[in-house]
Design a protein around this ligand. Structure first.
Ligand code: GDP
Length: 213
């Protein structure tokens, strides 16, 4: 996919302030420091679109970007950072839950997992929560350049073994590295294919049809 334009639209916490659009939307979430900003920049060919943080847990707003004038990319706040206070955490939960539960045009939620770590409680808890909402999601195992392919495979196997105990179907799985560009074209292709409506939610197709002349 050639990225011709990447435009910041708005930062918001309250669903009332989310942009009103029927364009398909792709959201990214993961624990702080998982490499979410770096991956967003890799996917959009923009080095500074999402801020690569030196202070984990800083991004508390939901950031919306319009890509190629035809789809939205959403940078959700990182979760599971111990130093974020209780109130911040509650606010995070509320707005992220509100986003995931209500966003009609959400075509896919990419949940990022650090490929170097054994399965983490926060990641599993987050994925468990998704079971109650009918959201299409995929996993991206990040930072694969930091270890051997064998270690990455072992990590994915350990994670998916736990997931299999919890849900019938496994989500689609990607791997990524900002050093080798691994995963860029695969994730872009998946987004492209979902944009062409193959996996859009019925409500999204209905809304898009209403927009048609
Ligand atoms: P975020 O908090 O999830 O947005 O994570 P960042 O994108 O800010 O990345 C956290 C740190 O991990 C930064 O120092 C990045 O340079 C580094 N990082 C992110 N992705 C990769 C990767 O694929 N490979 C390597 N080697 N480092 C990465």
């Amino acid at each position: 996919m050639k990225i011709k334009s990447a435009e910041f639209i708005v930062s918001a916490l309250d669903p009332e302030s989310f942009p009103k659009t029927t364009f398909p939307e792709f959201a990214f979430i993961g624990r702080s420091n998982v490499g979410k900003s770096s991956l967003i920049n890799l996917l959009t060919d923009r080095s500074g679109l999402a801020k690569v943080s030196t202070t984990p847990g800083k991004t508390v707003l939901i950031n919306f970007f319009k890509i190629n004038g035809s789809w939205f990319l959403v940078d959700l706040p990182g979760y599971g950072y111990a130093k974020v206070g209780r109130t911040d955490r509650e606010e995070f939960n509320e707005s992220v839950n509100a986003y995931i539960e209500t966003r009609e045009n959400l075509a896919c939620l990419f949940v990022l997992i650090d490929s170097r770590l054994p399965p983490q409680r926060f990641d599993l808890q987050f994925i468990d929560q998704l079971a109650s909402v009918s959201v299409n999601f995929a996993l991206v195992f990040t930072k694969t350049d930091k270890q051997s392919p064998t270690r990455t495979r072992e990590s994915i196997a350990a994670f998916t073994a736990l997931l299999k105990k919890r849900r019938e179907e496994l989500p689609r799985i990607f791997t990524s590295s900002i050093k080798t560009n691994e995963g860029r074209s695969e994730i872009q292709a998946a987004i492209e294919s979902m944009c062409s409506g193959k996996r859009a939610k019925p409500s999204l197709r209905a809304a898009a049809a209403e927009d048609a002349p």
